[in-house]
Design a protein around this ligand. Structure first.
Ligand code: NAG
Ligand code: NAG
Ligand code: NAG
Length: 440
């Protein structure tokens, strides 16, 4: 069964301290030992200066960067952007992930384990981030992490579906086009990942990961700390595939529905208030849900109880309609066939009602996150309609509810780290904003 990608494992770390070791395990460090990283041997790129002549601190609030994204929930299973990194700049395809902070590239350090990449492996700069640097510290769970090699920052990231990357943090130059027409070369940290484990390398044909979480190493946070954009990240993923992401102020905040971010789970875009679930406008009896938004996951995951109530409702609802459970379709756990194969999700819309997550903040105001049928169903390659909300308990997510790509389709989603707010609104994501005065 192909279930797309799944968000990051730290989710679990935060809610259960016993799994802490999973985040920075020693699994594939132990055998070979941790060798000192020697970029001079590997690097062909010209030396980059640490005194950074590239950064011009004259762009304050109001400036932004917009990238078109490619991909879809099904059958591709991920969204990617092209970033230009290095000197001279070279393009890389990166998986966008709001569930993790670190941007890393499969890297010729040399590489012990890399998958097939669309571009030649990244050749690391020799501008290493030292072990005691704040950015390095932010990648570790505790402050007293190992610094055997003081001039280098070793890291290991692991994702929930057992992807992992072991590497070294360094600085290099990103070439970014700002929406005011200016192109800047910005020196920022990224990971040189020289040892990756991909459960299925063919399923992840990318050069690396673009980390857009709440932590210090995330791209938005680094741009913000250099005074270039507000610490805001947003995305608009189209149900037709593609869309765009943006950093900084690009949106008209009055048109969005806002709800506060959790201060307890400071690593993820989780909502402070609990949600109740409405099915077709009616109360479902499921409440007190804690939700995390994460583009690193293709599908949405509900906790076991919410999932069970959802399944019963859907089975009841589909009765009397020209839909029959399609047990032979292994695309996702629950699929239905129609009288004829469906070609598009818009043909099945009429058989399904919206699902709403109604968030309570400050005990009063309700922020409603509406999922239309296209935000929880896909049409499989067999022409059946399948449920894109999965049982989180089956993948060890406990009580957490993970709102993945599918449920954020056709919405502009904004994660405002300055104001600690999450906002959304229905949107046409097919038009990538280009002009100087972008306003969505
Ligand atoms: C940035 O702008 C330059 C010049 O306007 C253009 O050639 C280039 O394709 C743009 N890069 C991206 C990633 O949009
Ligand atoms: C969800 O997964 C849990 C754990 O595997 C299982 O006990 C439960 O029966 C599942 N729920 C449904 C409705 O399949
Ligand atoms: C593997 C994959 O889907 N790569 C896409 C990433 O995005 C670029 C454009 O930015 C596409 O050309 C690639 O096909």
């Amino acid at each position: 069964m192909k279930s797309g990608k799944l968000g990051i494992l730290v989710l679990l770390v935060l809610f259960s301290s016993s799994t802490c070791s999973a985040w920075f395990g020693s699994k594939h460090k132990s055998s070979s030992g941790r060798s000192s990283f020697r970029p001079d041997e590997a690097s062909s790129s010209s030396s980059s200066s640490s005194s950074s002549p590239y950064i011009l601190n004259r762009f304050r609030a109001g400036s932004s960067v917009v990238f078109p994204v490619h991909g879809n929930v099904y059958p591709v299973g991920f969204y990617n952007v092209t970033l230009n990194i290095g000197q001279p700049p070279r393009p890389y395809f990166l998986d966008i992930d709001t569930g993790s902070d670190l941007t890393w590239l499969q890297c010729d350090a040399p590489c012990s384990r890399c998958s097939q990449t669309p571009h030649p492996l990244y050749r690391p700069s020799n501008d290493l981030v030292p072990c005691r640097h704040a950015l390095c510290a932010s990648l570790h769970l505790s402050d007293n992490y190992d610094c055997e090699v003081p001039h280098q920052c070793d890291y290991e990231v692991q994702y929930a579906d057992h992807y992992s990357s072991l590497g070294v943090l360094l600085h290099d130059v990103y070439t970014l086009n700002f929406t005011n027409g200016v192109q800047l070369k910005v020196r920022m940290a990224l990971g040189c990942g020289y040892d990756q484990i991909f459960p299925d390398p063919s399923h992840h044909p990318l050069d690396g990961m673009l980390g857009l979480g709440r932590g210090k190493t995330s791209l938005t946070s680094q741009l913000n700390s250099q005074g270039l954009v507000r610490n805001v990240i947003g995305h608009c993923l189209s149900a037709q595939g593609g869309g765009y992401i943006f950093f900084g102020d690009v949106y008209d905040s009055f048109r969005l529905t806002w709800t506060p971010m959790s201060s307890r789970d400071y690593k993820h875009y989780s909502v402070a208030g609990a949600a109740e679930l409405l099915f077709g406008g009616k109360k479902s009896g499921v409440g007190n849900l804690h939700a995390v938004f994460d583009t690193g996951s293709s599908y949405t995951y509900f906790n076991s109880y919410a999932y069970q109530v959802l399944i019963s409702w859907l089975k009841k609802e589909s009765g009397g309609k020209p839909l029959k459970e399609a047990h032979d379709d292994q695309t996702l756990p629950l699929c239905w066939r129609g009288r004829r194969p469906f070609r598009s999700i818009y043909e099945v819309r009429k058989y399904f009602k919206p699902i709403v997550l109604s968030f309570t903040s400050n005990g009063r105001s309700k922020a409603q996150f509406e999922m239309l049928p296209e935000a929880y169903l896909i049409v499989s390659n067999m022409g059946n309609v399948c449920l894109g909300i999965l049982n989180g308990s089956e993948v060890g997510m406990g009580d957490l509810n993970l709102i993945g790509d599918i449920s954020m389709l056709n919405k502009v989603m904004v994660f405002d780290n300055d104001k600690q707010l999450i906002g959304w609104a229905p949107a046409d994501c097919d038009q990538v904003p280009k002009s100087r005065d972008v306003s969505i």
